[in-house]
Design a protein around this ligand. Structure first.
Ligand code: HMG
Ligand code: MG
Length: 297
């Protein structure tokens, strides 16, 4: 039985743009995020407070955070890797902090330059301080199914990280198919384990659509009662430290699926198409969303 309502977090301005070679001006990012704020989306991940040398596309996170128009019905969150990132993010007015690490040792080291063991104390401090400031904290765990360097991951590796991060105080867990390789049976295996331990409302799934499996995986997860998903407008995106990783599942395609199956999201599809066209024009390339292509816009 499918959930009646699904919560979508729009990650396009963060996961979508982080890998783009073309610089999108701060002004255009702000105009675009303002459009997204009026689509009915309830949470927008607007940028990343990471080392700007590693993610130059988002080096204006502070300006963006300070200048976007805030819709009181929207939670504005951003990626925060460490203390310095949290300081900047608070200055920019985040509502929520997203911390992140990988289930795979190799991916973790390539992405955040630390072993898994050395990442824990850094995140513990960020989580505790963000919570003390009254912020919502989500933990992303990457490569929960497969790692581009280490191959198939075991649910135990994921669970030991979930345990620690929940103990430090995160509100929820976003499980990432970073390289878009999972198939529904892998989603079932992981959820069988995860949902034995944690309630459905704490679990978010974050699918990349590298191999076109994301919609099938979302259907599978919904049949397990999961109702929170991350997606990116137009299907923008990719992780720069995961070779071949394509964009997140397109918000447009997820909405097409859900609305036609009678699952509500509170999001206006037409406004999503308009915001997709806006960023498509800024980037000067056709975005991969199939329902956007089919809309003929
Ligand atoms: P580090 O390299 O270990 O660095 O950074 P450090 O602490 O020694 O600092 C190195 C330099 O970075 C210093 O500057 C710091 O000041 C600066 P320098 O002295 O060289 O001029 N620095 C910062 N500057 C601004 N804001 C900061 C910050 N921190 C350090 N917060 C760090 C560790 C984690 C920061 C770095 O490795 C990093 O930025 N990594 C980011 C990688 C990233 O953003 N990856 C993509 C996002 S994750 C993802 O896409 C997966 C996800 O979508 C889920 C999924 O799909 O699975 C979430
Ligand atoms: Mg991602």
């Amino acid at each position: 039985k499918l959930p009646k309502f699904v919560q979508i977090k729009e990650v396009g301005p963060r996961d979508g743009l982080q890998n783009e070679k073309k610089w999108v001006s701060t002004e255009s990012k702000i105009a675009w995020i303002n459009m997204l704020s009026n689509t009915g989306i309830k949470e927008i991940e607007f940028s990343s407070f990471v080392n700007p040398k590693m993610i130059p596309a988002l080096s204006d996170a502070r300006e963006v955070g300070k200048q976007i128009s805030r819709n009181p019905n929207v939670v504005y969150s951003a990626l925060v890797p460490n203390q310095k990132g949290l300081e900047y993010a608070l200055e920019a007015g985040i509502d929520g902090a997203s911390v992140f690490m990988s289930a795979s040792e190799t991916h973790n080291q390539k992405n955040i330059n630390k072993t898994i063991q050395d990442t824990y104390p850094v995140l513990k401090q960020v989580i505790e301080e963000a919570k003390a400031e009254g912020k919502h904290v989500t933990a992303y765990i990457s490569t929960v199914f497969d790692c581009p360097y280490e191959g198939n991951m075991k649910p135990d590796a994921v669970i030991s990280i979930c345990e620690k991060l929940l103990e430090y105080g995160v509100d929820d867990l976003s499980l990432g198919d970073t390289i878009g390789s999972a198939v529904p049976s892998q989603v079932e295996t992981l959820l069988d384990d995860i949902l034995k331990r944690y309630p459905t409302e704490k679990v978010i799934l974050h699918f990349h659509d590298t191999r076109g499996m994301a919609i099938a995986n979302i259907m599978t997860a919904m049949n397990y009662g999961i109702y929170r998903f991350d997606s990116s407008i137009g299907g923008l995106g990719g992780c720069p430290y995961a070779p071949g990783a394509a964009g997140n599942v397109a918000t447009n395609d997820v909405l097409y699926l859900l609305h036609r199956m009678g699952v509500e999201t509170g999001i206006n599809e037409k406004r999503i198409q308009e915001a997709s066209l806006y960023i498509q024009n800024q980037l000067g390339k056709i975005l991969p969303s199939r329902s956007l292509l089919a809309s003929g816009l």
